[in-house]
Design a protein around this ligand. Structure first.
Ligand code: HEM
Length: 480
């Protein structure tokens, strides 16, 4: 990095810090202690450390993430409202680490290009498409339940369910997005392929987080580090995988056209939607854009779904009376137990409340960040200058004891969750996620009673996506 750029960074960082420290008497933290503390907070991902800070500083706190970079964490509802009402770009500092993996997809695009992609891809999540996914989702969940039946028989058995839900989620995603029958939940060979893809995704996310280590901030240093090498290898595998999916589909469509079969597929998948968007928009939506959006779909949809279903099951295990009430509701709606329809999902009001409460207790994406394009003034009159990266801690907001009487109290329902936040950049997959959560929980509760394993409580790791530190261990008992 040129020296004068370094100096500019330093001056800017000091300016920023000065204004941050002057921000609020009750947010003020001694520089030396918060510096060390904050690096730890990011690196070991322990939620309790974040909660300690939220408890101590009820609106916000600043921290260093590198020699020249200060972030500002907020978790007060009024601060969050002001923050979400603006159109600041995503933090370059954080999202640039995603570009080598995802390319430029919805998650990290900005401005008119983001708007163009968002308009083109939104039809991929419309009601008719989602309706057509229900059968696919139910089939994959039933496959997982079949495995659980084999493992448990009639005995009450402790199972690490996260691994199973992870595979089931990938199975659903591959089918809904690309109509890919991977059989990953049962078949040994594709199981291995997909497992390596899974570990690839997990490792990629982990490594991205490691890049927050300030020694890895600069591209050149990171590239030549062992982690950098590994990341490049993994990215290559991911890109080869998605490239093959795309090329296979393009070939299929070409063959269909050649044989005069130009009728639209009955159940269009996400790839069909992107390919027709590409056909309609020619040069403005390139093959690289296509691949980036395919990668984005896999990465944004997979860990969030595996986590949200697992946390929901865990919370219902901790709360047997609410679990039973959901089960009764689902039994009343599904009756013959063999299929689920869109309308039936709409009737699951109690179960939906439990889902929302579980998303509050454990938001799958625990924080989002933006780089201020102009100064921000919060409703209490305190301000931050342009250039600062502000992190909205969704976890902090959902667990802030200044807001909730008892933030850890589980179910019944506060029903206020900001797990899919954003006025301008909300989650494009949120309806997909709710449908999948309902289908999964309905089928699981019809067939199994779940209870916690007191010897192995769930420990969360606060990464880009919330993760279980040691899996999710639950007692499963097959219902008659
Ligand atoms: C419970 C599950 C999910 C949660 C809690 C969740 C949460 C979020 C959040 C918080 C954001 C905003 C990120 C930011 O502004 O920095 C986001 C964006 C996004 N999500 Fe989700 N998500 C979930 C499921 C999904 C699924 C299933 C998909 C796709 C299949 C998906 C695709 C995306 C995409 C593409 C974006 C970027 C949207 C844009 O900027 O236009 N998400 N999600």
């Amino acid at each position: 990095m040129p020296r004068n750029a370094c100096l500019c960074d330093l001056i800017q960082a000091l300016d920023q810090l000065a204004s941050v420290r002057g921000l609020s008497p009750d947010c003020r933290v001694p520089l030396t202690s918060f510096t060390l503390f904050s690096l730890q907070l990011l690196q070991d991902g322990k939620i309790e450390k974040l909660e300690e800070l939220v408890e101590k500083y009820p609106c916000a706190f600043p921290y260093w993430v590198g020699p020249f970079q200060a972030f500002f964490y907020i978790y007060d509802p009024d601060y969050a409202k002001t923050f979400l009402g603006r159109t600041d770009p995503k933090s370059k500092y954080l999202y640039k680490f995603l570009i080598p993996c995802l390319g430029n997809g919805l998650v990290n695009l900005e401005g008119s290009k983001w708007f163009q992609h968002r308009c083109l891809l939104t039809p991929g999540f419309n009601v008719n498409i989602l309706k057509s996914y229900i059968k696919v989702m139910a089939h994959s969940v039933n496959t997982m339940l079949g495995k659980w039946e084999k493992i448990c028989g009639t005995q009450d058995t402790v199972v690490e369910v996260f691994e199973h839900i992870n595979l089931m989620t990938l199975d659903v995603l591959m089918k809904c997005a690309f109509s890919q029958e991977t059989n990953c939940q049962i078949s040994r060979s594709s199981f291995i392929d997909i497992l390596s893809l899974l570990s690839l995704l997990a490792t990629m996310i982990f490594m991205l987080k490691q890049r927050l280590n300030f020694l890895h901030h600069h591209d050149i240093i990171f590239k030549f580090s062992p982690q950098g090498h590994r990341l490049q290898e993994l990215v290559k595998i991911l890109h080869q995988y998605t490239e093959k999916v795309i090329q296979d589909r393009k070939k299929l469509l070409k063959d269909e056209k050649k044989h005069g079969n130009t009728q639209k597929r009955k159940d269009q998948d996400y790839l069909d939607i992107i390919l027709s968007a590409q056909a309609e928009n020619g040069n403005s939506f390139s093959d690289t854009d296509l691949r980036s959006e395919v990668n984005t779909f896999i990465l944004a949809g997979h860990d969030t779904m595996a986590g949200s279903i697992s946390w929901l099951l865990y919370h219902l295990a901790l709360n047997p009376e609410h679990q039973e009430r959901c089960r009764q509701e689902i039994r009343g709606i599904l009756r013959d137990r063999s299929s689920i329809t869109w309308d039936q999902l709409g009737e699951m009001s109690y179960t939906t409340m439990c889902i929302k409460e579980s998303l509050r207790l454990a938001p799958p994406i625990p924080s989002i960040s933006r780089e201020l394009s102009k100064p921000i003034t919060f409703p209490d009159g305190r301000s931050l200058p342009a250039g600062i990266t502000v992190v909205l801690s969704i976890w902090g907001l959902h667990h802030n004891s200044a807001i909730w009487e008892n933030p850890k109290k589980q179910l019944p329902f506060l029903q206020v969750s900001l797990s899919f936040p954003g006025v301008c950049r909300n989650c494009i997959g949120q309806h997909f996620a709710m449908v999948k959560l309902k289908v999964a929980i309905a089928l699981i509760l019809l067939h199994f009673k779940v209870s916690p394993d007191p010897t192995r409580p769930l420990v969360f790791l606060h990464q880009i996506v919330l993760k279980p530190k040691n899996g999710v261990h639950l007692h499963l008992k097959k219902l008659p």
